[in-house]
Ligand binder design. Structure first.
Ligand code: C5P
Length: 396
């Protein structure tokens, strides 16, 4: 790690003191740390402490004649392998999400194409505010990686989510990003996500409650590792992750056709909740209520997209990954599905666990032909990163 360089932006929050410990851990690991201290950050930690631990000059001013002479803000933003924002305050997140550039930290974030890792820290109500949620979603869509925040007691006396992740956890995330590079560069990935929609008539449809969150997170993580990603998505309302080519579809048959057009691919991950059945005919005009009572719907089976692509001969992606949502005997059912569908891995969700379906967290088992791994319950983003890492290892 001796040649790796981190630009550390320290925002203004009570958790700023933890940035000192993070700096110490990074320096101990041989990572060069160049600090930017915001004006608000300097209210909490001194430039002297940060500079002493970083063994480098602390940058604070956008319009500093001496700083600009030594290293302009544009050069500063390009001088690192990774930009880490810790603590990332609600204000810093808002500025970065909207592209504002009115101080050195925000200008640096706008002027760079270096990967960014943010460790948010703020009061729980600020974290849960719809504005922060919007900014978070935008930043993720722009490719920014996140670590934390944690849940716990806050300096302001409240309790909830919004505590800065522990320095060691941020350190691990930084080291992971620094060593990972872009192992999927040059690889093509196909991901399906969201529900499908099956028309009954021009205004009525059959669909399901899939949010698309897990599939979108996987597409984003694969893109962050350098893959060229096509995301075939049913209607979700989620923004397309940065750098991902999204193809919007409605029915299962459209989804199958879009997936086939996206081939060849090195890896295909089928996360979509595809409707098992569709009405055998979609009426061209709206069905009328009448004295004959409700119409009888006759359903026919939809194509199995995963099974079809897993059996697509020379076009078959090297690694085919399916998902399974199970409520009981998760491993047995998932293993049977692995064989039935002809895929290489099944990622099984235990949807009996509260908060998994439609929520922010997932509890999964990775089932391959030879192995079963039970992963810790984690956020869908963390699960996505772990899946993308495993895919990168499998394809390398
Ligand atoms: O059979 P089941 O729906 O439980 O299988 C789930 C897995 O199969 C998921 O990966 C899902 O995306 C995929 N699937 C599919 N086409 C279908 C049904 C499921 O690709 N028609």
């Amino acid at each position: 790690m001796s040649e790796k360089r981190v630009l550390l932006i320290v925002g203004g929050g009570i958790a700023a003191y933890k940035a000192l410990e993070l700096t110490r851990l990074l320096r101990k690991a041989g990572v060069a740390v160049r600090p930017i201290l915001t004006k608000a950050g300097a209210e909490f930690v001194t430039p002297l402490s940060l500079s002493a631990l970083a063994e480098d000059k602390v940058y604070s001013e956008l319009f500093s004649l001496t700083d600009e002479a030594e290293m302009g803000h544009i050069e500063l933003s390009r001088s690192a392998d990774l930009i880490v924002v810790a603590p990332a305050t609600a204000d810093l997140m808002a500025k970065a999400a909207t592209g504002r550039a009115d101080d050195l930290a925000s200008t640096t974030l706008l002027a760079t194409d270096t990967p960014i890792l943010m460790a948010p820290a703020m009061n729980v109500r600020m974290w849960e505010h719809p504005a922060t949620k919007r900014n978070l979603a935008q930043l993720k869509a722009d490719g920014v990686a996140f670590v934390g925040p944690d849940e716990g007691a806050m300096a302001c006396g409240e309790y909830g989510e919004g505590r800065l992740a522990e320095p060691l956890v941020i350190f691990e995330a930084v080291m992971g990003m620094l060593s990972g590079g872009r192992p999927l560069a040059g690889k093509r990935a196909l991901v399906t996500a969201g529900p499908t929609v099956e028309a009954i008539d021009p205004v009525r449809l059959l669909t399901n409650r899939s949010s698309g969150k897990q599939g979108y997170a996987i597409a984003r993580s694969l893109a962050q590792l350098g893959a060229e990603v096509t995301l075939v998505s049913g209607p979700t309302g989620l923004p397309a992750p940065a750098g991902v080519k999204r193809v919007d579809v409605e029915s299962a048959r459209d989804m199958l056709a879009a997936c086939q057009s996206a081939l060849p691919a090195d890896v295909a991950v089928f996360v979509a909740a595809v409707a098992d059945w569709r009405p055998d005919e979609a009426f061209g005009i709206k069905l009328k209520k009448g004295k004959d009572g409700p119409p009888a719907l006759h359903l026919v089976e939809n194509p199995d997209i995963l099974a079809t692509l897993a059996a697509s001969g020379p076009q078959r992606p090297t690694l085919v990954v399916g998902f399974a949502a199970e409520t009981n005997d998760v491993e047995d059912h998932a293993r049977a599905k692995l064989a039935r569908k002809g895929c290489d891995w099944i990622i099984a969700n235990d949807v009996s666990q509260p908060g998994v379906m439609g929520g922010e967290e997932n509890a999964v088992l990775l089932i391959s032909k030879t192995d079963t791994e039970r992963w810790e319950r984690a956020s869908k983003d963390a699960v996505a990163r772990q899946i993308a890492d495993r895919i990168a290892k499998a394809l390398s």
